[in-house]
Design a protein around this ligand. Structure first.
Ligand code: CP3
Length: 357
């Protein structure tokens, strides 16, 4: 077992998954084939998902362990991916501590009373396992069903969560977020520090229930210049990674448009650096340096092209990854809702056969 994944010598909870291709790749060990999974593989394009979700609001579905288990398993059964990702959303821990929010179909998370002042911070109380009993229950059911297939737990990173809380919903420009960051750095620091504590606690719940890896989604961090990321965001994300460092589970760090931030995001404490499609993986490795696994990075819109094109582009990703110490094949961002599920299944087969060793 690689020492740097187990700083405290603690055993990961779920040893059944230890020899999976996915965890071997995370540890930069030789793999039988390049492991592959897709961000946002659960839900979205699958007809069996849409059928199950009929009449059940998104956030309600996240609080029903049987439904979470079934939706999480659907893409594993269908595509034979090498890892499952826990079906939830980045705003679930915020809802769990009492923030009034909803997920509007086609829009995303919407916050009833945005967080904009110091007084608003008091609404962000600590998260305990008792706030999310359905997560513990669903992860337990999932690890039993998944056997040797690892389950990835996840959370939203402090910056991305702060952007929803401050803006009140999705944003293209992050005006209010950046206004607080630049204009009231003390309030900003206290806010992202609070979110780091909540996020760290939420990841711990998933790991203690049996998740084999965790991914921190800082989806919108790419809107920041490197100096601002370093000053205003990296310490909070590092705090999240530190909170779970002792468990011996790999920690994946991902954001969109983060080509200029890859080194800093890696430094925050990632074992695996997620890369979007804008930077080839060999170039990403040059920017980050040694001792990391890379995850990515096929442009998700390539899946709308004919199969031969998908395969050519997937081959290019595998070729760019050939010299890396560890590679997990993924898209450069989430599966798009109108993606043909069969195109995903074919892509998994292609990566497995092309990379078989
Ligand atoms: O990866 C998976 O398959 C697991 C499930 C998952 C969801 N959200 C389910 C979901 C994961 C990992 C997320 C993470 C998430 N949520 C992120 C980070 C990943 C990324 O894409 O960058 C972000 C930024 C969010 C916030 C969010 N929630 C958005 C932008 C949306 C989409 C709104 C829309 O309808 O286009 C959601 C809603 C959401 N999260 C849905 C699902 C299945 C759709 C819900 C519905 O249609 O009812």
């Amino acid at each position: 077992m690689s020492a740097n994944l187990r700083p405290s010598g603690q055993q990961p909870k779920n040893l059944a998954t230890y020899d999976s291709a996915f965890l071997k790749a995370c540890r930069r060990e030789p793999v039988p084939h390049t492991p592959v999974w897709f961000m946002r593989q659960a839900g979205r394009s699958l007809p069996e998902y849409l059928k199950l979700r009929e009449g059940v609001p998104m956030l309600e579905s996240c609080a029903r362990p049987e439904m979470v288990t079934e939706i999480t398993l659907q893409p594993v059964r269908r595509h034979r991916v090498d890892a499952a990702i826990y079906y939830s959303d980045i705003v679930v821990p915020l809802k769990a501590i009492g923030i009034d929010l909803d997920i509007k179909p086609g829009v995303g998370p919407v916050i009833a009373d945005p967080v904009r002042t110091r007084a608003d911070l008091t609404r962000l109380r600590d998260l305990t396992p008792d706030d999310v009993p359905y997560v513990t229950e669903a992860v337990g059911m999932l690890t039993a069903e998944l056997g040797e297939t690892p389950l990835i737990g996840f959370a939203g990173a402090p910056f991305t969560l702060a952007s929803y809380l401050i803006e009140g919903g999705p944003s293209r420009t992050y005006e209010r977020t950046k206004a607080m960051m630049y204009g009231d750095p003390e309030l900003w620091t206290d806010l992202v520090d609070r979110l780091a504590e909540i996020t760290g606690a939420f990841l711990k719940v998933q790991i203690e229930a049996g998740a084999s890896a965790v991914q921190l989604f800082d989806s919108w961090a790419g809107s920041l210049a490197p100096d601002d990321y370093r000053r205003y965001v990296q310490p909070a994300s590092a705090k999240v990674f530190d909170a779970v460092a002792g468990y011996g589970v790999p920690r994946i760090h991902f954001g969109v448009g983060t080509g200029e931030l890859l080194g800093l995001m890696s430094e925050a404490g990632a074992d695996v650096v997620g890369v979007d499609w804008r930077v080839p993986l060999d170039e990403a490795a040059r920017r980050v340096g040694s001792g990391k696994t890379f995850q990515g990075n096929l442009d998700p819109t390539v899946l709308f092209a004919p199969t031969e094109v998908v395969e050519t582009k997937a081959r290019e990703v595998l070729d760019a990854a050939a010299g890396l110490e560890g590679h997990i094949f993924n898209l450069g961002h989430g599966v798009m809702p109108s993606t043909d599920p069969d195109a995903l299944t074919r892509l998994v087969d292609y990566v497995h056969t092309q990379s078989a060793r």
